[in-house]
Design a protein around this ligand. Structure first.
Ligand SMILES: [Zn+2]
Length: 282
């Protein structure tokens, strides 16, 4: 262990600054979204079976809602632009902009070179949870998704119903792509209903039993035309383990809603990011 420098405590005592102050971040017009959702109509629904995934499509200006049914269950959510799968959810930048866990008013941002809002969270029935004594909170953008590679690395074996594989199968079925073609499109998720954090002493990623109960939901406004895929994680409520069939698992309900007629007059999807893409290459 190297000796600390004489001014170690002084260096540690420097106060942090927020990396991305959000004063200049475009603010979603929540009043407009709430007016549009007040008279919305359900136009589609899909039930995601336990340890499987399902896809759904949401036109820009519509809403989608993920609801817990039957029992506590977490879901792993991927989003793509419906007509251009190269534009997909960017978990890391959404984390950098909003924090480790998302709730109402936060957005799911797309990857470079697009970097624009894909979806805005309009309702979160678990927003009462806040941050618990362990530093845990709900709906994280810090985990990635359970996957058969990490499972094999740590435990050996071949398990085919991790969220990563569930999302591949669902995306392949939706698009006609082969599993090998679909796999590179699957990306780091929004962990819907999952309760997670980092331990204070070792900084390790932890999970604990989700506080979600049947009837709880997370609802989004689609800022662009979306293709979504949601996996009902084999971890169930993620209180003990994932990447096996050991945990009790339940379905998740996804519903799509059309906005109140006329409520979004004048609203338009955000344009793609304004950077010119030059990268100094002149
Ligand atoms: Zn999972």
């Amino acid at each position: 262990m190297p000796n600390p420098p004489p001014d170690a405590e002084t260096r540690r005592a420097v106060a942090p600054v927020i990396c991305y102050p959000t004063e200049t971040l475009p603010v979603p017009d929540m009043a407009l979204y709430h007016a549009a959702r007040a008279g919305m109509t359900r136009i589609a629904e899909v039930t995601v079976p336990p340890r499987e995934a399902a896809t759904f499509r949401v036109p820009a200006g519509h809403f989608f809602r993920i609801t817990s049914v039957d029992g506590p269950q977490v879901g792993d959510l991927n989003l793509w632009h419906a007509e251009n799968m190269a534009e997909r959810f960017y978990s890391g930048k959404s984390r950098a902009l909003h924090g480790t866990h998302l709730t109402a008013g936060h957005r799911m941002w797309s990857c470079f070179p697009y970097l624009r809002p894909m979806a805005t969270i309009t309702e979160d029935t678990l927003d009462w949870y806040g941050i618990d004594a362990y530093g845990g909170s709900v709906h994280d953008v810090i985990g990635t998704r359970c996957d058969p590679y990490t499972h094999n690395l740590l435990s050996g074996g071949q398990y085919h119903h991790c969220c990563h594989s569930n999302l591949i199968r669902a995306l392949a079925a939706e698009t006609g792509l082969s599993a090998a073609e679909a796999e590179p499109h699957v990306h780091d998720v929004l962990n819907v209903f999952m309760c997670t954090g980092f331990t204070r002493d070792t900084g390790q990623y932890f999970m604990k039993a989700s506080p979600v109960r049947p009837g709880d939901y997370l609802e989004f406004f689609a800022e662009i035309d979306l293709l979504g895929a949601l996996s009902a994680c084999p971890g169930g409520d993620c209180s003990a383990e994932h990447s096996s069939d050991a945990a009790a698992c339940y379905p998740l309900l996804v519903e799509v809603f059309a906005p109140a007629p006329g409520a979004l007059n004048g609203w338009e999807p955000a344009p793609v990011n304004g950077y010119d893409g030059g990268h100094g290459l002149g």
